[in-house]
Each structure stands twice: as structure tokens, then as C-alpha cells.
Design a protein around this ligand. Sequence first.
Ligand code: UDP
Length: 321
Amino acid sequence: MRILITGAAGFLGSHLTDRFLSEGHQVIGLDNFITGNRDNIAHLAGNPSFALMEQDVSTYISVSEPLDFVLHFASPASPSKTSPLGYPNLPIQTMKAGALGTHNSLGLAKKHNAKFLLASTSEVYGDPLVHPQTEDYWGNCDPVGVRSVYDEAKRFAEALTMAYHNFHSVDTRIVRIFNTFGPRMRLDDGRSVPNFIQQALRKEPLTIYGTGEQTRSFCYVDDLIEGIHRLMDSDEHMPVNIGNPLEVSINDFARLINEICENPAGLNVNASERLGDDPERRQPDITRAKTILGWHPVVSIREGLSKTIEYFKSKLGQQKA
Ligand code: UDP
């Protein structure tokens, strides 16, 4: 296949790119490097099966070669207000990537008669009132809240994907991605995983926003990539949750990172207030993924964290050198 992936230099986009290349596919990777990282695709320089299009996904995408699959992964994804990479600091770009970027990517798929996959998010459920979250839950989102630039763009993206499927018969898929971690996450995107690991490696207390009793469910990247791959191979057009159903409090998650990093400094609970609309609980119901795709995560959080910590150590070592 020839596959075009938007956000190819991002955390997930670059892992998918590697997977496709390892299977002998041709990949066209599109990225404008607002939040994507050149290091994530540096190893692909000179690979004849990979071509980079340095472009903003919200402008018209023109490809002359035939395409078999288009995957739309380009978007800022961190809710951090303090990092310049967080979507609260890139509000217009985030909305354009989710709205115009999805329109352009779908138009490209339609023109080439290619299949299409949208990277959606657990954020479409907002601060959920149903727990765990099933795909038929409509969500609890504030259209003008701090997270709305991301949530509403992704909700629009899902609606547009279904419109292209129903009206233009584009062969589409929608994955709702829950919290994912692993090598190639940006060290500076302000999210819990990079913040905690760097603090633990520096032997500092981990900054817990609020009481830390809020929960998340963290999935290791290899598991997520496998789930997306299976969804691509399926005929499922309705959204499918992919994530690890193991729900943990942020405090317990932070303690585990301290334990693996042998950091005695503990937690700094209430280090600052939680972001507005920070979901209280988040846990995917993965019944659909299990039933339709035969997928469930296999990497333990501890094992995934150990690999991620090794990656962060090597990155921080490179920065010092
Ligand atoms: N969080 C925290 N300390 C940090 C960064 C994040 O306590 O340094 C909390 C944040 O308030 C949220 C949870 O960790 O409740 C997960 O945040 P993350 O940034 O990973 O992304 P989210 O799941 O909110 O999209």
C-alpha cells in the first residue's frame, strides 16, 4: 500500500510510520512540526519508501501518486497551559487541524478512493458522567471551556468523517485514543508522563495537580499501535475505543514512577490547581475492540514505564552532551 499519514513526526504518527515501513508499505508523512519532532523521523532520512511533505494539514493537500490509505493524526494533543506545545496555547491551530485538516484529509482520501482513519480521542467524552466510557456515550463537554478547542475539533472531525462515509461512501474508521505513553513523547509537552518522569529522574517531588485522586487509564504505545492496525484491517465504521482499561489515580501512577526511578522525594500534592474541565475519571470500555478486533493491551504499565524511562534518560543525556 501507499499510505499517507498526517502528523507523521508526532509521537503516534512516527510509530505508525515505522510499523507500515517494516511491513513493506510506502509512507508519505505530512507534518508542519508545530508539535511534531524531527528526531522522531530522523532515522528515515534516505529511506526510499518514505517521503516527507512539510506542510500544514489545514491547507489543501495535493498528492499525485495513487494512495490506498489516509490516516489523520496531526494535532496538538497536550492540555498543558504552561507548555508552549499545549493546545490552550495553540488554540486556532488545534481547531484548524481538527476541522480543516480533517476536511482536507477526507477530501484527499475521496479523490484517491483510499480508505481513511481518523485519530479521535477520549476527550470527546469530556468530563464523563458515564463510567467506564462506552462508545455510545455522548459525552459531557463544555463548548467554550479551556479544553474545547481540542474536544470540539475532534467531535466535529468525527461528524465530518461519518458525513463522508454516509454521503460520499468513503471507507472510514474512527479510533478514540485514550491516554497513551511511550518513547517519542515530547519531554516538554507538559503532560503528566513527561513531567513526572523528568522530576523523578531529577529526584524532585512529583507535581500533582489538585488532590491526585482523579484517575486516568494509561496504555503503552505498542499496544495502541497494534489496536489501530487491527482497526485499519477491519470493516468497522463506527468509533472504537483503544486504550488500557486499567484505571489508576494520578497519585498511584506517580508513586509507581517514583518507585521505578528510585526517587525518594515523594509527591507534591496540590502543587497547583487542576486545569479547568480536567476529567475526574477516565477509563475506556474496550468491549468493542475486544469483540470486533480481538484486541486487548498486553504490556503492563510497569514494563511500559520502564521502557519510557529509558527513552527519557537517553534523551536527557543527549541534551546534556
Ligand atoms: N497532572 C499532574 N501533574 C502534572 C501534569 C498533569 O497532576 O505535572 C494531572 C492532570 O491534572 C490530569 C492528569 O495528571 O488530571 C493527566 O494529565 P495529562 O497531562 O497526562 O493529560 P490528560 O489526561 O488530562 O489529557
